[in-house]
Unconditional design. Structure first.
Length: 536
């Protein structure tokens, strides 16, 4: 127990240190965490940490998928469903088959085992690419497609993985029943996930207690994932469907207090999970190194390099035809959704980083077949998978900023962001004006006291006056006003503590007032961070 606590503390310290270093080096924390994990794994005297695949698939994966689903826009997901499906299903199947062919003819693996390797390394990760893409401020549609692919491709890969492992164990495989089973799983999980999302929101509205609602929100992804997984599905699609349902319907059914506390809770929870995921990935170096006794270093490096290069080529071969051929054959599609510039499919093809799900699937391979023989190629599959993860995450992740600048996408995200902020400003103005009109209607219908009406009316007037005409106008005034508001809040907080020390207010009263000040300051800081402003 003491060793476990020490290990957890060491990982927490590493997480904080890497976050600080990544900010200073302007590098994605995921890359540094994997490298630090590898360094810790090969450090003499430190306890070895072996990842339990069930822990990843049943404990870590559900909240990651659910959180990504909730944070994603259902409208944008639906409008990009065609490219997402082509990547999450078509590209995964194509990549699995291609890797199986190469693994059979170059690595000497049996056909079924080659399909196992293909299913393991085929799906790009959902966490690492999105973290890097957001950091580089890439165009929104590119990020939506990558996120949508990352949400759904694990389902395709895990189903293919189960079919392939069963084929290795039994020595037989039938494509017809497999396709039927695949269809049933997809449809059944989507329906089940929507049902879980509906039930979760109704229960949370019925409970009407922030702490209980957040507890229900934490249980929701596990309910959506575990039951389909236990019945032979993947659990991924159900969790995605649940998250998207909550994303679309939650704003009208979740109270403000729950939303504020829930955002903080889930932000911290996902931050810790993602950090531990990358750190633990690197810490598996010891487990992987113990598996390479039967192969020379040259063979291992060659197998990893060939597989990584194959995955990159396969993705390019799939993405470009899948982007342009449907529009060439369907003029109506081209009118609805014009062909994007080559930069978009190029970046989608390039960002093919593998992650923790692939490693968990490799570690979950059975040690022996039904007849007692060792699982063929198990150690080689594990080594290749780990090598591919490190090569794509570290290698592609480090050169990605250079590639973004090279293809000319570095400024596209910023232009898009400015357009979004302008639309947001219009929406803020229209919402305030709608509120004002509704206030006038209420006053006319219910004859509000003049004092109440004037206070509310002045509140709206003050908010409208503080709203800038555009995000480009009055920049200096916005920054100056924000800086003064933060300073005034700090002075109010000091005065409250003086009143507390003098015994003029109680601790409970001070906390209530301080919470209002904290909320106001947090709102200001969030707006500044969003708009790219730094208070004076």
């Amino acid at each position: 127990m003491t060793a476990t606590i020490q290990t957890l503390l060491l990982m927490l310290i590493a997480l904080v240190a890497v976050a600080f270093a990544a900010r200073k080096l302007r590098t994605a924390p995921s890359i540094l965490l994997v490298l630090v994990g590898i360094a810790l794994a090969v450090t003499p005297g430190l306890p070895a940490i072996e990842l339990a695949p069930e822990f990843v698939l049943l404990i870590i994966l559900p909240p990651l998928i659910y959180s990504a689903g909730v944070s994603m826009s259902w409208r944008e997901f639906k409008s990009n469903l065609r490219p997402i499906a082509l990547l999450a299903v078509g590209c995964v199947v194509f990549t699995t088959c291609t890797v199986a062919v190469v693994a059979h003819y170059l690595f000497g693996l049996p056909w079924a085992v080659g399909f196992v390797l293909g299913a393991i390394v085929a799906p790009p990760d959902v966490v690492a690419p999105l973290a890097i893409a957001r950091r580089l401020n890439l165009p929104r549609r590119l990020r939506v497609i990558l996120e949508g692919e990352g949400l759904a491709n694990d389902a395709t890969a895990l189903i293919l993985y189960r079919f392939a492992v069963a084929a290795v164990a039994t020595g037989s495989f039938s494509i017809g029943p497999a396709l039927g089973t695949f269809s049933i799983i997809v449809i059944g999980e989507i329906i089940f996930g929507v049902g879980v999302g509906w039930l979760s929101l109704r229960l949370r509205r019925w409970v009407h207690d922030a702490r209980a609602e957040i507890t229900l929100s934490l249980a929701t992804p596990y309910l959506a994932f575990w039951i389909p997984e236990h019945l032979g599905g993947s659990g991924v699609l159900a969790t995605v469907a649940c998250g998207l349902y909550v994303s679309w319907n939650g704003p009208l059914l979740i109270g403000s207090s729950t939303r504020l506390q829930g955002i903080f809770f889930w932000d911290l929870f996902i931050y810790l999970i993602e950090g531990f995921v990358f750190l633990i990935t690197g810490l598996q170096a010891n487990t992987v190194l113990a598996r390479i006794q039967g192969y020379s270093l040259r063979e291992i490096i060659a197998a990893i390099a060939i597989t990584t290069l194959l995955l990159m080529i396969t993705r390019f071969v799939w993405v470009f035809p899948a982007t342009y051929l449907p529009r060439w054959f369907s003029p109506s599609l081209k009118r609805r959704d014009p062909s994007p510039p080559w930069k978009l499919p190029f970046m989608i093809s390039f960002i093919g980083i593998r992650g923790i799900v692939s490693l968990a699937a490799a570690l979950a391979l059975p040690l022996a077949l039904n007849n007692g023989d060792p699982f063929p190629g198990r150690d080689l599959i594990l080594v290749i998978t780990f090598g591919v993860i490190v090569a794509t995450l570290v290698g592609l992740g480090l050169i990605l900023p250079f590639v973004v600048r090279l293809v000319g996408l570095a400024g596209e995200g910023e232009k898009e962001r400015q357009r979004e902020l302008s639309d947001e400003l219009v929406a803020r103005l229209e919402a305030m004006q709608f509120g004002q009109r509704h206030l006038d209607e209420i006053a006319a219908q219910h004859e509000l006291p003049e004092k109440v009406f004037s206070v509310l009316r002045n509140h709206y007037a003050d908010r409208l006056q503080l709203l800038p005409k555009s995000f480009d106008d009055s920049f200096d005034e916005i920054v100056l006003g924000t800086s003064l508001r933060i300073q005034l809040i700090a002075e109010e907080r000091k005065y409250l503590h003086r009143l507390l020390r003098e015994g003029r207010i109680t601790d409970e009263a001070r906390r209530r007032v301080e919470r209002e000040l904290d909320l106001e300051e947090a709102t200001i800081n969030t707006a500044m961070e969003r708009d790219g402003y730094t208070p004076l």
